[in-house]
Design a protein around this ligand. Structure first.
Ligand code: M6R
Length: 365
């Protein structure tokens, strides 16, 4: 049932404040502010030397944010692969002690094969999964549940942001176990995570602004998405969302890679989506944005009030998000990117919930 929404995708975008709050509740005791592994399970990070993450599609981009979180908040080195490569690469696992998988369906063939490979190599297996009765959940030593509820739209939305909030809480939990995060800092970070439902609602309120920008996007054949640091995985996720449902060719790049090739694509017809909250990467991303502007690129900038003030905003269509702690930016900035893809696809009249050639769950290679 789509309720009063036109598509399941839109309904699922709107469910995010609620399902993010449920998912967070599994990982954080909201009365004490302490993180935990859900359902009474344990996962001891104190002696983990290295984590190997893998997943497919949107799950892979969630895992990429997960790597940034685990490295920054728990100081654990991480490897990351798309599952279709991990399963065959026979990479020497060296000091990897834990394999971490991310899957909405829990049935993706390549992710499952990677899990079985890692298990065969004697690794401990933890999986962030949305479908609790899935094969990946059953075969994991530790199940990290996302409580997004059933996701019908082929383009993943609420499952992605729930994966991110789980991984953020997990990284904090790991940081505490390793003595990298003090108990006070843990409380501060979980207090930040508790702001997610409110901030997600504020992001949803940007729908009309984003819809207006989608009108021009719908006239394009190509688009480039740029981000740095925590926003780099989002650039790729934003591009994947757009290409899946609008069939516009979109590429996500680390903003610092612009000069190494993609800048050749920029002319006054090229839309460039820049994701740049006012964080430690902001100034660098702005200089990349100026390079795009100097070549006439049509910029859509997602930033906050401080970022908008510092961007020389006349060169971009700017969408201003609320201020938020750095750890939250991937979760909240995902929402307007989902809405941009959604409204572009609606303008173009594609089958948003069942885009051509795609299946919700890829159970064969
Ligand atoms: O069920 P999974 O999370 O394992 O699925 C992985 C990908 O097939 C999935 O994320 C796909 O990329 C989505 N259609 C993205 O919107």
């Amino acid at each position: 049932d789509k309720g009063n929404h036109r598509h399941f995708m839109q309904k699922e975008i709107y469910e995010q404040p609620e399902v993010l709050s449920h998912t967070l509740g599994a990982f954080v005791d909201m009365t004490t502010g302490r993180t935990r592994i859900p359902n009474g399970q344990t996962l001891d990070f104190s002696n983990v030397r290295r984590i190997a993450l893998s997943a497919c599609g949107t799950g892979y981009y969630a895992a990429l944010v997960g790597r940034y979180y685990l490295e920054r908040y728990a100081r654990i080195p991480c490897d990351l692969d798309v599952a279709s490569e991990f399963r065959y690469r026979e990479s020497p696992l060296g000091d990897v002690d834990l394999a971490l998988f991310v899957s909405q369906s829990g049935e993706t063939a390549d992710t499952l094969a990677s899990l079985r490979y890692a298990k065969g190599e004697g690794l401990r297996i933890a999986s962030v999964v949305n479908v609790q009765e899935s094969t990946i959940a059953r075969e994991s030593d530790v199940v990290l549940p996302t409580l997004a509820g059933p996701e019908i739209g082929v383009a993943s939305t609420k499952a992605f942001t729930c994966q991110l909030i789980s991984l953020a809480a997990l990284a904090i939990h790991a940081g505490v176990a390793r003595g990298v995060i003090s108990p006070e800092r843990e409380l501060e970070l979980t207090r930040s995570l508790a702001e997610v439902p409110r901030l997600a609602n504020e992001a949803l309120a940007l729908e009309d602004t984003v819809e207006a920008l989608s009108r021009e996007m719908a006239t394009k054949r190509h688009a480039l998405f740029l981000g740095r640091g925590f926003s780099y995985p989002l650039a790729m996720e934003g591009a994947l969302k757009l290409k899946e449902i609008s069939y516009i060719h979109a590429e996500g790049y680390a903003a610092g890679e612009l000069k190494h090739g993609p800048i050749a694509l920029i002319d006054d017809t090229m839309p460039v989506v820049v994701i740049a909250p006012h964080d430690r990467s902001f100034e660098k991303t702005m200089s990349n944005m100026q390079e795009v502007a100097a070549r006439g690129g049509r910029i859509i900038l997602f930033t906050d009030a401080k970022g908008a003030a510092g961007s020389g905003s006349d060169m971009a269509s700017t969408v201003v998000l609320p201020d938020m702690p750095e750890i939250l930016t991937p979760i909240i900035y995902a929402i307007p990117l989902q809405m941009l893809a959604y409204h572009t696809a609606v303008q173009m009249g594609t089958d948003v919930d069942q885009p051509r050639n795609l299946a919700k769950s890829v159970t064969v290679e």
